[in-house]
Ligand binder design. Structure first.
Ligand code: FAD
Length: 427
């Protein structure tokens, strides 16, 4: 197969789908090459045939400030619904059974100050957290939250890289909403308009320069275009080989990233037993739990109106890497034991459950996304999002706003199209 296109888009996650849709709008010829047999990447839903109940295996929560995602939701005729949590629900640190403090909420400001203090130096994220002016329990809670949020073992994560990543999450709002339908329906909507231009089960392994642009090569085929958009997470993109000019330009930045690791488990209940939790003698509704032992584990109330009561556990970083070595049955039991530790035997009275493991995933990488490792270039995202001639990377990690979220992926895809088209037209 040897067709020539204006643009080859590698990867059909949200970044690739958003890039392809923009190319179609602008009237460019394009071809999307996807390694797996489906679109959506880290957005994936499953639906039970009998009950019709659906679960999000990957992305789920939406912040109404995610404006590009909101435009797609509107175009698809879908709506947001607020996660159904009691108004007075609290956040708890476990096993200390302490409420999350204001100091914890404000730690990001202190982290941001460290950005200036560190200047050219870097620290391991674990070292930086140990320097925050918080109590020991608060530090452990912050460390656990980052292990869940960044999904990288904290002693392997670059403090400057993580601060840089956090500053690109520009909204003050929480991601407290969900779609009123499976996210797979939105992915299907985005896929439908470009479906005739997607090649499935084709993993690109090499990008070569040609006289008129680039050649993207898989084990079986090669695809030629004036322009390539690599809509693949950076740690996954680092496994490919590139033309000497691209290697020169991007190799160090690509190798700066490490994949995250996350295990997500959701249980459905008839009874929301966590609305009536005995917290040191007081009855409290629990909105979320941050475990300090094991670190990197959180539980959130993920209930949607009219869709049963749900709890979702995220196990990140070291804990996820360890648990991923267990059998699926053991993984489910490990998560349930952790839930039972907090809520007791009612945790076992679930009527349905689902688990997904995003550890060392060959094409999506793992975790919510990748992050810069200690020893990597803290500003690697900026290098990677700057095109080299008509070649650009686009993945959620690189987005100027909302990286490692769905919104970031959509924005990264759009930005890559705008940039490469401008450069192509200048040639
Ligand atoms: C468990 C979990 C929970 C999350 N929760 C949220 C949430 O609540 N809210 C939120 O906004 N975000 C959330 N995220 C993050 C969000 O899903 C991602 O940021 C976003 O979907 C990433 O999109 P992407 O297109 O950049 O990358 P991906 O989704 O990783 O897509 C990359 C695509 O490229 C393909 N590919 C890779 N290599 C090749 C190759 N060599 N050749 C061809 N194709 C290739 C892959 O198969 C894949 O389809 C979550 C993620 C996970 C895993």
């Amino acid at each position: 197969m040897n067709n020539h296109y204006d643009v080859i888009v590698v990867g059909a996650g949200l970044a690739g789908l958003s890039a392809a849709n923009r190319l179609k709008e602008k009237g460019y010829s394009y071809n999307v090459i996807e390694a797996s047999s489906r679109t959506g990447g880290k957005v994936q839903s499953v639906q039970r045939p009998k009950s019709g109940r659906s679960f999000e295996l990957g992305a789920q929560f939406i912040n109404p400030d995610m404006t590009e995602l909101m435009k797609w939701i509107e175009r698809a005729g879908m709506q947001l619904t607020e996660t159904a949590t009691p108004a007075d629900a609290v956040s708890m640190i476990y096993p200390a059974k302490e409420l999350s403090s204001e100091a914890i909420d404000e730690h990001e400001e202190e982290l941001a100050d460290w950005r200036t203090d560190l200047q050219g130096d870097d620290l391991r994220l674990s070292d930086l957290i140990s320097r925050l002016s918080l109590t020991d329990t608060e530090k452990q809670a912050v460390a656990s939250s980052y292990a869940e949020l960044i999904n990288l073992p904290l002693d392997q994560a670059s403090a400057r890289g993580v601060i840089e990543l956090m500053t690109r999450y520009t909204s003050e709002l929480e991601d407290s909403h969900q779609l009123n339908a499976p996210l797979a329906d939105l992915i299907q909507y985005m896929t439908n308009t470009i479906s005739e231009q997607i090649c499935y089960d084709e993993a690109i392994v090499n990008i070569e320069e040609t006289a008129s642009g680039y050649r993207a090569v898989s084990d079986n085929h090669s695809y030629e275009a004036d322009t390539v958009i690599m809509a693949v997470p950076p740690a996954v993109a680092s496994k490919l080989t590139y033309s000497p000019a691209l290697e020169n330009r991007y190799r160090q930045a690509l190798n700066s990233y490490l994949n995250g690791s996350i295990i997500k488990t959701t249980w459905v209940y008839d009874d929301p037993f966590w609305y009536d939790y005995n917290l040191n003698g007081d009855k409290e509704a629990i909105m979320d739990v941050v475990y300090t032992d094991p670190s990197g584990v959180t539980v959130v109330d993920s209930s949607k109106q009219g869709d049963g009561y749900r709890l979702t556990m995220f196990i990140g970083a070291d804990a996820a890497i360890d648990i991923a070595k267990q059998s699926s049955r053991e993984q489910m039991e490990t998560a349930l034991n952790l839930l039972e530790n907090v809520f007791g035997s009612p945790a076992r009275a679930f009527k349905d459950a689902e688990q997904s493991v995003w550890v060392d995933e060959p094409f999506c990488g793992g975790g919510y996304g990748a992050a810069v490792k200690y020893g990597g270039i803290p500003d690697a995202a900026e290098i990677l999002r700057t095109p080299h001639g008509p070649f650009a990377f686009a993945a959620s990690e690189l987005a100027e706003q909302f990286p490692n979220h769905m919104e970031g992926a959509i924005r990264a895809g759009q930005a890559a199209v705008e940039q490469v088209i401008k450069l192509k037209n200048q040639q």
